[in-house]
Design a protein around this ligand. Structure first.
Ligand code: PLP
Length: 398
């Protein structure tokens, strides 16, 4: 189908929930993607942090092919081998003792909220149900997840929201302390805010949050949907901060491109979920879990990929800092951890994204003026060089 017809039918048949670029992608390999009319792009959006190993990584493709021939789906009434394998891998490489599988980030957040409420009712006090979350956070679009998301623009039109959430400024331990009441049972945070503009907390913030939670007998829930699976240079971002949460959500990178989410927790907290309490028809099905095992195995192999991610991160940030120095009037700040990198502009980022697209570079802008780069962990120096060259040319013309 030619592109014009594709866009027409897209606008005709799909609900109008996304504003899309006039571009349809039909093939990908590594960091490269090709449009329906054959043009090549470097993809620094990576399916918004999903394609952690790049597009169509051979190990993920083979795992999917093999599993698709063997068994695609069975119900959670039965034991599922790839699901058990993936859970074991996640437990062996994290703080957690148990895993619940679902299909997306928002669903993982829903599971975390439900587990928290049940735990609080049973082990704390039935009056404690309030969860504190951070301003500018993002936790997904289902009704509870969007309520947890402390950004008005996502709430508008969908009230009444779910009761039991209150918001505090991110990276402000005193504000958090002041907000804890007798009803509070948990704190839910992204270790680094992704959609909110790549906001990295002070070195000691999460440690102070952990201590506050311990002192007040609150659960700490970390949303690692975007930061997990090696994105920040460690398998999970909490590892940077010398703490562990009680509950963690992951999704995006977990399946190397297939829809899968997971909620992980300690044994103590997991005990509150018993048969019948929570479920998902598709959650943890054989096909997606086979992809998850292949993805996690590849990330963990000799730590090679995480080392590479950290080297590319330093290089990328250094190159962006050069741009910052060259265009101090256009660029406000460069910040990032691993390959979750933001460049805050002094003006809106939208036109830069469009200009990049015209020059064969896919990038993203979040929080209005923050260019966000989420390349696969396999990104190479020469890919980064090409992007920097394009950005340089764009900024020269402004
Ligand atoms: C993307 C994201 C979500 C929502 O994930 P979906 O799969 O879109 O439901 C939740 N939390 C964080 C931190 C995210 O980045």
């Amino acid at each position: 189908m030619d592109s014009k017809k594709l866009f027409e039918e897209s606008n005709r048949y799909l609900m109008n929930t996304y504003s899309r670029y006039p571009l349809a992608l039909r093939k990908g390999r590594g960091i490269r993607v090709w449009s329906s009319d054959g043009k090549e792009y470097l993809d620094f959006v990576g399916g918004v942090a999903v394609n952690i190993l790049g597009h169509c990584h051979p190990k993920v493709v083979v795992a999917l092919q093999k599993q698709a021939q063997r068994l695609i789906h069975v119900s959670n009434y039965f034991h599922i081998e790839p699901q058990i394998k993936l859970a074991k891998l996640l437990v062996e490489h994290s703080f957690a003792d148990r895993v619940f599988f679902c299909n997306s980030g928002a669903e993982a957040i829903e599971a975390a909220i439900k587990l928290t409420r049940k735990f609080a009712k049973e082990k704390m006090n039935p009056a404690r149900f309030e969860i504190l979350t951070a301003l500018n956070s993002f936790h997904g679009r289902t009704l509870a997840a969007v309520t947890a998301t402390a950004q008005e623009k996502f709430h508008k039109g969908f009230e009444p929201l779910v009761p039991g959430f209150r918001y505090v400024p991110f990276n402000d331990i005193d504000a958090l302390k002041g907000a804890v009441t007798r009803e509070t049972c948990a704190v839910l945070l992204e270790p680094i805010q992704g959609e909110g503009g790549v906001n990295i907390p002070d070195e000691n913030y999460l440690k102070a949050v952990r201590e506050l939670c311990n002192e007040n007998n609150l659960l700490l829930i970390l949303d690692e949907v975007q930061t997990g699976m090696g994105r920040t240079g460690k398998l999970f971002a909490y590892e940077h901060y010398g703490i562990t949460p009680d509950i963690m959500t992951v999704a995006k990178g977990l399946g190397g491109g297939v829809p899968i989410g997971a909620m992980l927790a300690t044994e103590r907290v997991s005990e509150s979920f018993q048969p019948g309490n929570h479920a998902s028809t598709f959650g943890g099905n054989p096909l997606v879990c086979a992809a998850g095992v292949a993805t996690l195995d590849t990330i963990l192999e000799d730590g090679f990929l995480l080392d590479h991610c950290n080297r590319m991160s330093s290089y990328f940030i250094e190159r962006l800092e050069h741009l910052h120095a060259a265009f101090p009037n256009l660029i406000q700040e460069v910040r990032g951890k691993g390959l979750l990198i933001g460049m805050e502009l002094t003006g809106e980022g939208g036109p830069v994204v469009t200009a990049c697209l015209e020059k064969g570079m896919l990038i993203n802008c979040t929080a209005v003026n923050v260019l966000r780069f989420l390349p696969p962990l396999t990104v190479q120096q020469k890919d980064i060089d090409k992007l920097i060259e394009v950005l340089n040319r764009i900024f020269m013309k402004v």
